[in-house]
Design a protein around this ligand. Structure first.
Ligand SMILES: Nc1nc2c(ncn2[C@@H]2O[C@H](COP(=O)(O)OP(=O)(O)OP(=O)(O)O)[C@@H](O)[C@H]2O)c(=O)[nH]1
Ligand SMILES: [Zn+2]
Length: 197
């Protein structure tokens, strides 16, 4: 079961003053003058930005799947090409791309299509690695909606591999997580992969 982080401290929000202080320290550590005109508002801007891009730390991904309804449909529901932006937890640089989320309903119970995109968003907006993000989306959907199967494919580009280090822009990382019927049945997985081609 995936827990929302800080469950015991639901009101905890970003400590803007601490981020501002840290940004000023980084600027001065890299040899900049944090007091020059162009940089004066940067620490508070960065604090607001972190509040936005790490907002998923303060949301419970399970709560995103609150909408449930019955539809006469027991075949696959597949939302593909959901754009996401996340932050690599090793370098605090963005990785971004698309997530594809499929599930096989149980007893005609489905969730709202937008809720799958909300789930991707909440899990992405945290310090992450792509593998864990893929697994968290699959686990939350499988545990909360109780479908017969779930499959998640993520296709991401990591700026820590593009703009620094090994410097391979355009390289893409694919990760896959399968649960239930998708874990057991290779033909079901192939059906999803065919739809992605
Ligand atoms: N498995 C995985 N690795 C990631 C992800 N994002 C970044 N990394 C890798 O994390 C690794 C961290 O390796 P380190 O050797 O500790 O850090 P580094 O010296 O900056 O490594 P280089 O990126 O090779 O320069 C790198 O190989 C990154 O490519 C991710 O989502 N999943
Ligand atoms: Zn990285």
């Amino acid at each position: 079961m995936i827990k929302s982080r800080h469950e015991s401290d639901a009101v905890r929000t970003v400590d803007a003053a601490k981020i501002e202080e840290a940004v000023r320290m980084i600027l001065s550590a890299v040899g900049e003058d944090p007091n020059r005109e162009g940089l004066l508002d940067t620490p508070s801007r960065v604090a607001r930005m972190y509040e936005e891009i790490f907002a998923g730390l303060h949301r419970d991904p399970r709560a995103e799947l609150s909408a449930r309804f019955h539809v006469e449909h027991n075949e696959v529901v597949f939302v593909r090409d959901i754009p996401f932006y996340s932050m690599c937890e090793h370098h605090l640089l963005p990785f971004f791309g698309v997530a594809h989320v499929a599930y096989l309903p149980q007893d005609n119970v489905v969730t709202g299509l937008s809720k799958l995109a909300r789930l991707v968003d909440t899990v992405a907006k945290r310090p992450q690695v792509q593998e864990r993000m893929t697994n968290e989306i699959a686990d939350v959907l499988y545990e909360e909606l109780n479908p017969r199967g779930v499959m998640v494919v993520i296709d991401g580009e990591h700026l820590c591999m593009s703009m620094r280090g090994i410097q391979k822009p355009g390289s893409r990382t694919m990760t896959l997580a399968a649960r239930g019927r998708y874990e057991e049945d290779v033909r079901l997985r192939e059906e999803i992969l065919r739809m992605l081609r």
